[in-house]
Design a protein around this ligand. Structure first.
Ligand SMILES: [Fe+2]
Length: 189
């Protein structure tokens, strides 16, 4: 956890009456998208270099993550993605989520009720994950970048648990296990 918060965006969010609900967080997907966008800029413009791997040596064997910010409302993580390592189909427990891709490309397979829908997320693209969102995310092998594939993720409330799923022969979703974790997208910390 950082002693000095690097993000100020959440404290500037004004709450409308519609924001008061039974959801477990005062933040909404568009708030998280704004946070990941700002954090992506902070990384790309060098303001968070002290949190990045020494000498720009990004791990090449496993997905890697660094917490950029943490408070009672949200966690913000930088993730580097590597080939042949998917997250497995998972949800984010009781947390909302969002991401911004900084470099490279990701593939997301999202459960759409009866099948998995694929989309590609390139540098600059964003995605939000409402409660109940189940997806598998991976480095896109067709990514044209020669550098690291990076994305910033925000979760609110901070991630504490994830469940994993498989698609059955009847085209339904079966939960296979749940884990207590604060590690985003099954990353190595
Ligand atoms: Fe996820």
């Amino acid at each position: 956890m950082l002693s000095t918060p690097v993000l100020s965006a959440p404290s500037r969010i004004s709450l409308s009456p519609r924001s008061i609900s039974t959801l477990p967080t005062r933040l909404r997907p568009h708030d998280l998208l704004r946070v990941t966008d700002q954090s992506a800029s902070d990384v790309l413009e060098g303001r968070l270099d002290h949190l990045l791997p020494d000498g720009g040596r990004w791990p090449i064997g496993e997905r890697w993550a660094k917490r950029l910010h943490s408070d009672d409302d949200l966690d913000v993580w930088l993730i580097s993605w590597v080939p042949d390592r998917s997250t497995e189909l998972h949800d984010h427990g009781g947390s909302l989520g969002a991401l911004t891709v900084l470099s490279g490309s990701l593939l997301e397979y999202r459960w759409a009720g009866t099948e998995l829908k694929q989309r590609r997320l390139d540098a600059g693209d964003q995605a939000a994950f409402p409660l109940g969102w189940v997806h598998d995310v991976m480095h896109d092998p067709a990514s044209a970048t020669t550098g690291p594939t990076l994305s910033v993720h925000a979760y609110s409330p901070p991630l504490t648990a994830m469940s994993y799923y498989e698609v059955t022969e009847r085209s339904t979703l079966r939960r296979t296990r749940s884990e207590l974790t604060d590690a985003p997208e099954k990353a190595t910390l």
